[in-house]
Design a protein around this ligand. Structure first.
Ligand SMILES: Nc1ncnc2c1ncn2[C@@H]1O[C@H](COP(=O)(O)OP(=O)(O)O)[C@@H](O)[C@H]1O
Ligand SMILES: [Mg+2]
Length: 256
């Protein structure tokens, strides 16, 4: 059965999408069958897989609305070794339409039920808010990874988010576990980053991934070439960091 991991943080621009793609690519590269689910209407993860947002159909929207089967929505990433269920602007409408349904937080889980056994890992890239889509992801997932940028206000909103996670665990999804926090865009020459990193270590302890993701321009360039950084430049510091993160994730998966 797949380990289902949601990458979430209510803040935008913290590296959720970059982590989702490169973690999926790294897991794919070490031979794990991996599915990436783009659950953000901005469709950044889909474009980064070389898919044209205006041409893709059916998408995660059609799946959530019951207008397509999971298998029809699964596409191959153009250059990398993982599958993706893409998204585009259509998904914005789902946020409202889902609210009208019974069991609205379980729609994603039910829609993917007959494909989860096909994968070792399912990675979900989520939107920058705690909306009904994020709630669907957290109701389906087994693990949560929170990417955090080491800057002022990094911890802001995290307490609220962790509280919601534990509420979801207590009610809808007892299987949900908090896997850890990953530091992104880390600049080891920046004293503030070092300070915030130390705070994270103190606060999260063994829930802080040992691997940190450095600030690396290759990670920012790769999406415009329709591929992960691991394909675009396997030797860059960002690619090596995501491979290391994937190893940590795989290890934690085996231990749990
Ligand atoms: N480690 C990194 N080094 C350099 N740029 C990064 C890094 N991680 C993300 N970025 C860039 O920062 C921006 C925000 O990242 P993104 O992954 O889209 O965040 P989110 O999905 O949380 O909004 C993007 O332009 C991305 O390319
Ligand atoms: Mg994103």
């Amino acid at each position: 059965m797949a380990n289902i991991i949601v990458i979430a943080n209510q803040k935008g621009g913290v590296g959720k999408t970059t982590t989702s793609i490169n973690l999926a690519a790294a897991l794919g590269e070490v031979g794990k069958k991996t599915l990436l689910i783009d659950l953000d209407s901005q469709g950044n993860a889909s474009s980064a897989c070389g898919l044209n947002q205006d041409e893709i159909s059916p998408t995660i929207y059609d799946l959530l609305m019951g207008e397509a089967q999971a298998k029809e929505c699964i596409k191959k990433s153009k250059e990398d070794d993982f599958d993706i269920i893409p998204s585009n602007r259509d998904l914005m409408a789902a946020e409202i339409q889902l609210l009208e349904l019974d069991n609205r937080e379980l729609i994603l889980k039910q829609a993917l039920e007959n494909v989860t056994h096909l994968y070792d890992f399912i990675i979900i890239d989520s939107p920058p808010s705690m909306n009904i889509l994020t709630l669907n992801a957290l109701s389906f997932a087994k693990n949560l990874i929170i990417p955090v940028q080491c800057e002022y206000y990094a911890l802001e909103g995290m307490t609220g988010m962790l509280e919601s996670i534990y509420q979801i665990k207590d009610s809808i999804n007892p299987d949900l576990d908090f896997m850890g926090v990953v530091r992104t865009m880390y600049d080891s020459r920046n004293s503030l980053a070092i300070e915030v990193s130390a705070q994270l270590k103190k606060y999260f302890d063994d829930k802080l991934f040992w691997t940190f993701i450095p600030r690396n321009v290759r990670l920012a360039e790769a999406p415009s070439h329709g591929m992960s950084a691991l394909k675009y430049d396997p030797n860059c510091s960002g690619s090596k960091a995501y491979l290391s993160l994937a190893k940590e994730v795989a290890k934690k998966t085996m231990e749990s």
